[in-house]
Design a binder for this molecule. Structure first.
Ligand SMILES: Nc1nc2c(ncn2[C@@H]2O[C@H](COP(=O)(O)OP(=O)(O)OP(=O)(O)O)[C@@H](O)[C@H]2O)c(=O)[nH]1
Ligand SMILES: [Mg+2]
Length: 246
């Protein structure tokens, strides 16, 4: 089974090298693709340098800041083109501990999409800010109720997809350019009837660098959920006829 880890990055120069090392320690031969938006802090340069001695590390250096979602899509495309059977997506700030990668790879044998979840038994959100935790819980509840999802942690960007999920969802039809890619893919995987399961993870504070989430992105995310719902009700999400309306 060929596996790839995709890492969208923007200004993660302090995290990226130790993160790649830790991923390598967990899964020595896994493919790693970093989709960087020309980070001013030179994240891409560090990746480029490491990739000279690591043949399974790839850099997608995008020349402008096109966003977290669009970086994710480009990285998924790269993994699919390189014959990945399973594709992991994770943040590059150490909130997502690479120790879960082997568990995700194990679990994806049983279901099509495995979510690293903070909201199931033994899962945890260990960030310091009560407000950030509360926002995450509230927006997950919002996505669940509007989109009719049963997953407990709809906001988790730490996941493992079987390639069929990304192929079927069709990356060309993705409308999110920002962080709402997480919910859009989840919604579409759900509508296509893929099996989705949750693996408990402990989610921690980013190790270094700054968060890119702000009020504007948060509101855009809330609006995107409504947009996805409306498009679905109008039958405009390019789904096969037998996919149920929710
Ligand atoms: N390529 C690219 N990556 C991005 C962009 N914005 C964020 N990222 C990456 O996406 C991942 C998640 O972003 P974070 O800033 O950690 O957002 P968050 O996890 O919701 O917020 P925190 O909990 O505060 O860290 C990180 O690896 C970022 O470097 C972007 O515009 N382009
Ligand atoms: Mg983060």
């Amino acid at each position: 089974m060929k596996a790839f880890v995709t890492l969208p990055t923007f200004n993660e120069s302090k995290n990226i090298e130790p993160l790649i090392q830790e991923i390598r320690r967990q899964v020595p031969s896994i493919g790693i693709v970093v989709a960087d938006d020309d980070s001013p802090d030179g994240t891409w340069r560090i990746v480029e340098e490491i990739s000279r001695r690591d043949p399974n590390l790839f850099l997608l250096r995008r020349t402008t800041r096109k966003g977290r979602g669009s970086a994710g899509v480009d990285a998924f495309r790269f993994a699919l083109e390189h014959q990945a059977d399973v594709i992991i997506e994770m943040d590059a700030d150490f909130s997502h501990d690479p120790k879960y990668i082997p568990l995700l790879l194990e679990r994806v044998r049983e279901c099509d999409l495995v979510i690293g979840s903070r909201a199931v038994a033994e899962g945890k959100d260990q960030r310091r800010s009560a407000l950030r935790k509360w926002i995450t819980q509230l927006s997950s509840l919002y996505a669940r109720s509007i989109l009719g999802l049963t997953v407990r942690d709809c906001n988790s960007g730490y996941r493992c997809f079987r390639r069929e999920v990304l192929e079927t969802v069709n990356l060309d039809t993705i409308i999110s350019t920002g962080p709402s890619l997480v919910q859009e893919l989840l919604f579409k995987a759900h509508l296509h009837g893929f099996s989705i399961c949750e693996l408990p993870i402990v989610f921690t504070e980013r190790e270094a660098g700054e968060s890119k989430l702000n009020l504007k992105r948060l509101l855009q995310g809330f609006l995107m959920i409504l947009r996805l719902k409306v498009l679905h009700l109008l039958g405009r999400l390019n789904l096969p006829k037998d996919c149920q309306r929710v």
